[in-house]
Design a protein around this ligand. Structure first.
Ligand SMILES: Nc1ncnc2c1ncn2[C@@H]1O[C@H](COP(=O)(O)OP(=O)(O)OP(=O)(O)O)[C@@H](O)[C@H]1O
Ligand SMILES: CC(=O)C(=O)O
Ligand SMILES: [K+]
Ligand SMILES: [Mg+2]
Length: 577
């Protein structure tokens, strides 16, 4: 926008005295309440065969689920907010809506239409599909089922595709769910391909140079220590290994080898971050219109820049966000340049814990979360948050503490992996993330723990700098005046993310006219994304928004609101008329 002085002047309209309220918006008696708990208890069936993609790759929703869902999903509605957020707003009042976003990995336990819907009702903001597992038709079925859920039932769940990457990993065990390695057994790790099922105690390794690179005496770790082997003999393409730490081998588990206490990774560095299979998956993701592509084992900013220009050239509007997964030693070395180049980052603790000593993972997590906030990039904390819930219906105390710590660090999002992909209690795990997030966020607000984090300058132009300062001031004012919400009208979503970065006490209602921007904002802390067409006239935008939201029972006369827009760089403070 042009740097005209008039446009930059701060408009401070304090139009009416603050009403003595609480912020919680009571539900009009006539309004249908979509109770998360009821929906959750109704939808507890497991993924049955009929829920998997039909031969056309389409997941079929049983008619009962469709009939039972709220009717507020019409895409012709003048203002759209997803039904799960609307229920949260009505149930908790807007000062208490959940700020931390939730990502769920979809797998065999959750690919059915009913299970996906239960996750959406339970607060899933982003559905992740991991290209390490499942085939093209399966992924297509899941992505389309999520889209259909959004269109037909009024959710706004974004889709994240996570690439396989080309680190060294085992084959798929010929279809077996797992294999158990016992102490003292001899297993063969081989670069040869086998017909399924492979010979007993034989594991295919995806990396051609494997047999050349390992040496007798090296330690071979499966998934960072789920099982451990010692290399005892090399026979051409085959490497004989003695199991020294028994454990479960899962399909496509990650392999690292260690020599004299250090990970051997010279050769890994030769592997491309994005393999040829990944490029095909990325083409597929672009054609299916995913919202995020998470890149596994990023080593440098270069690969992110390359992918971003590839996407920009191929997808209309280049509106797929690229998330850098921080999970290798190289990514830690080049952390800042990688995060600067990306649209967001993931602390991928699973593989990270296989490459660095475990006791370093917590401090690195905190460092990445802080850095992402400084650089205004959303950050996801991932892996093993509620690992025990793959098998058990309640988490361990330690897991709850881990989730709490990520929420306390004010990460944008938390992610479920195996818990939602193949666990026995996906919805329960999601509800633990939800309730722990709500509780810790509330505690934070009650204790008035606004950390005085000095936010560094991220803007690249004077106009951006003004937006940034406006957001910082608006967030401070919001806390001091105890406003009920900040409204931000934003075309690109940038001003909304600048506000989110300030982590204000009140929620941020982000109005955007683009459906894809709205879905992407789903990943960012504290943002409640709405789709709304708006004009350059703030007065009329505000009046229209107030009447639409009042009609939906989402705000009330007297609520105190701060409004910002990225067209007219301004701050307005007002009571809802
Ligand atoms: N599409 C799928 N089909 C079958 N199993 C899946 C699928 N997605 C995930 N899983 C199962 O859930 C587990 C956890 O999922 P997750 O996505 O975290 O994968 P991962 O293999 O640990 O690797 P990554 O490092 O890429 O996250 C996997 O190990 C796998 O057993
Ligand atoms: C999520 C992921 O890739 C990891 O934790 O390794
Ligand atoms: K992956
Ligand atoms: Mg990983």
């Amino acid at each position: 926008m042009a740097a005209s002085t008039a446009a930059h002047s701060l408009l401070l309209h304090l139009t009416a005295p603050r009403k003595p309220t609480t912020g919680a918006t009571p539900l009009p008696p006539s309004t249908l309440r979509l109770s998360t708990r009821h929906r959750l208890s109704r939808l507890t069936t497991n993924c049955s065969n009929s829920d998997f993609p039909n031969p056309n790759g389409i997941l079929v929703a049983p008619p009962s689920a469709a009939a039972a869902t709220s009717s507020s999903s019409s895409s012709s509605s003048p203002i759209e907010v997803d039904v799960a957020t609307e229920a949260d707003l009505r149930e908790n009042g807007f000062r208490s809506t959940r700020r931390t976003k939730l990502v769920c990995t979809v797998g065999p336990a959750t690919c059915g239409a009913d299970e996906l819907e239960a996750l959406a009702v339970g607060g899933m903001n982003v559905a992740r599909v991991n290209m390490c597992h499942g085939d093209r038709e399966w992924h297509r079925g899941v992505i389309r089922a999520v889209r259909r859920l959004n269109e037909e039932k009024g959710f706004a769940v974004a889709v994240m595709m996570d690439t396989e990457g080309s680190e060294i990993h085992m084959g798929d065990l010929g279809g077996a769910a797992a294999a158990k390695a016992e102490d003292g057994e001899i297993w063969t790790f081989s670069v040869r391909s086998f017909e399924a099922p492979p010979p007993e105690r034989t594991i295919h390794v995806n990396y051609e140079g494997f047999a050349e690179d390992v040496r007798v005496g090296d330690d071979l770790l499966v998934d960072g220590g789920m099982a451990r082997f010692e290399v005892i003999e090399k026979l051409g393409p085959d490497v004989k290994c003695l199991c020294t730490d028994p454990g479960l081998l899962l399909p496509r588990a990650n392999l690292t080898f260690w020599r004299d206490g250090s990970i051997v990774r010279e050769r890994n560095a030769m592997l491309p971050t994005i393999s040829s299979k990944d490029w095909l998956d990325i083409d597929f993701g672009i054609s299916e219109g995913v919202d995020f592509i998470a890149v596994s084992f990023v080593k440098s900013a270069e690969v992110i820049n390359h992918l971003k220009s590839y996407i920009a050239a191929r997808s209309r509007g280049g509106d797929i966000a690229v998330i850098a997964k921080i999970e290798s030693i190289d990514s830690l070395k080049n952390l800042e340049e990688i995060i600067r180049a990306s649209d967001g980052a993931m602390v991928a603790r699973g593989d990270m814990g296989a490459q660095i000593p475990l006791e370093q993972v917590p401090s690195i997590q905190q460092k990445i979360v802080k850095l992402c906030r400084q650089l205004n990039k959303p950050v996801i904390v991932a892996s093993q948050l509620l690992e025990s819930m793959i098998e058990y219906p309640t988490p361990t105390r330690a897991e709850v503490a881990d989730v709490s710590e990520a929420v306390r660090q004010r990460a944008d999002a938390l992610m479920l992996s195996g818990e939602s992909a193949m666990g026995r209690y996906p919805e329960k795990a999601l509800s633990v993330l939800r309730s722990v997030s709500l509780r810790i966020e509330k505690w934070w607000r009650e204790e008035k723990r606004h950390e005085e984090l000095e936010l560094q300058d991220v803007s690249s132009s004077f106009s951006d700098k003004i937006s940034e300062e406006i957001c910082i001031s608006a967030a401070k004012m919001a806390n001091k005046l105890e406003v009920d919400a900040v409204f931000v009208y934003t075309k690109s979503g940038h001003m909304a993310s600048l506000l989110s970065r300030c982590r204000p006490d009140c929620p941020i209602f982000a109005f955007t006219n683009s459906t894809s921007v709205r879905r992407r904002l789903n990943l960012q802390w504290g943002l409640i994304p709405f789709r709304l067409s708006f004009s350059d006239d703030m007065e009329s935008n505000l009046n229209r928004t107030f009447s639409l939201l009042k009609a939906r029972g989402m705000i009330q006369s007297g609520d105190l609101v701060i409004a910002l827009s990225d067209m007219l760089q301004s701050i307005q403070v007002m009571n809802v008329p």
